[in-house]
Design a protein around this ligand. Structure first.
Ligand SMILES: NC(=O)c1ccc[n+]([C@@H]2O[C@H](COP(=O)([O-])OP(=O)(O)OC[C@H]3O[C@@H](n4cnc5c(N)ncnc54)[C@H](OP(=O)(O)O)[C@@H]3O)[C@@H](O)[C@H]2O)c1
Length: 326
């Protein structure tokens, strides 16, 4: 299958692109910096330079493309200035709108060609260029649910109302428009992705290894995580299995509280973790973004489990052991 991936140069995208390539799929990626993307993912069949906030994706990028994965987005970690908040929102909401606009443009140009030669089975119809994306698998985040306390959150739970929740709602709404471009749409509400090379775990490791780890705030907030290998497998499944449609919680079946996460990581590293970061200090250091760290989201992967997806790393202990070995 030929697959177009946005945000392919990122943490999830580079793992997923490599896995899809290894499975024999042809990868086309978009990036704001073509040279950097080629250097990072040299196996990509094509790299399309595109600034997703400014213009619709070029229709030519979709030539022969059967499925699209949408992973682009300004990183959320770090202090949120007004400019960062705008970038976090625009790169997802406007970026996805422009992606779907490009998919629609590609559909119109292909169906236009087909109509011109109506009634005849032409070269255009049988050529790979006349393929249209049949699936859009688009990232979202469990931030969709906002502050959930101890409530168990499944895909049909209500969205929250804070900044990230509103971004997620609008981001998902833009992706859902691809239905009118004839695509099956899957929305990956992703939890905290655990990977050795980047994301939350990579930032926590040096602190915990130095013995300065500790719970964040009360430590009672639920954290829903997923091992990066399971996330990649879930993306592959969502791309290839038509049973997957609509929102999907991309989290492991065993969410933990922040205290449990802290203790499990410290145990895995054989280090103490007795230096808690009080909520007020986090708010001072991170401003509004501290809310995202202190928010409680006890999310379960109901849709993935009903579609018989098998997680390789069901417990945090097992996931961390696999990630930290060697
Ligand atoms: N990692 C997690 O724990 C996690 C959790 C929940 C949800 N997600 C979501 O999953 C998606 C992928 O996550 P990730 O961790 O792989 O992200 P990432 O490593 O930060 O990479 C995202 C990619 O988006 C592009 N990008 C960055 N800033 C942008 C901007 N201002 N405008 C347009 N494009 C921009 C970059 O590609 P180019 O520079 O090549 O253009 C970058 O490689 C994101 O949308 C993220 O919100 C991730």
């Amino acid at each position: 299958m030929k697959i177009l991936i946005t945000g392919a140069t990122g943490l999830i995208g580079s793992r997923l692109s490599r896995q899809l390539h290894d499975l024999g799929h042809e990868i086309v990626i978009t990036s704001r910096d073509r040279e950097r993307a080629i250097a990072k993912l040299p196996f990509a069949r094509d790299v399309v330079e595109w600034d997703p906030v400014r213009t619709p994706a070029p229709a030519a990028a979709f030539a022969g493309v059967e499925a699209v994965v949408n992973l682009m987005g300004e990183p959320v970690a770090g202090r949120w200035t007004a400019g960062r908040k705008r970038a976090i929102r625009d790169s997802r909401v406007l970026g996805t709108r422009n992606l779907v606009e490009g998919m629609r443009g590609a559909r119109q140009s292909v169906t236009g060609t087909r109509n011109l030669v109506a009634g005849m089975r032409t070269a255009a119809e049988s050529s790979p260029n006349s393929m249209l994306p049949e699936a859009l698998v688009s990232a979202s985040a469990i931030g969709y649910y906002g502050e959930g306390g101890d409530r168990v959150l499944a895909e049909d739970s209500r969205p929250g109302e804070d900044f990230l929740a509103r971004v997620c709602v609008d981001w998902e709404g833009e992706a859902a428009r691809a239905v009118t471009a004839g695509a099956r749409v899957v929305i990956m509400r992703t939890g905290l992705v655990l990977a050795r090379e980047g994301g939350a775990l990579a930032s926590m490791l040096p602190i915990f290894k130095a013995g300065f780890g500790g719970r964040l705030g009360s430590g009672r907030q639920w954290m829903s995580w997923i091992h990066v290998d399971d996330l990649v497998a879930l993306y592959v499944e969502a791309l290839t299995n038509p049973a997957f449609e609509g929102p999907l919680n991309a989290v492991a079946p065993g969410p933990v509280t922040n205290s449990e996460l802290t203790e499990t990581l410290a145990r895995a590293l054989r280090r103490p973790a007795v230096l808690p970061a009080p909520a007020f200090a986090l708010k001072l250091a991170l401003g509004e973004m501290a809310g995202a760290v202190l928010e409680s989201q006890r999310v379960i992967p109901r849709a993935a489990v009903s579609a018989s997806f098998r997680f390789k790393h069901e417990t945090l202990e097992a996931a961390l052991r696999a990630l930290l070995k060697g």
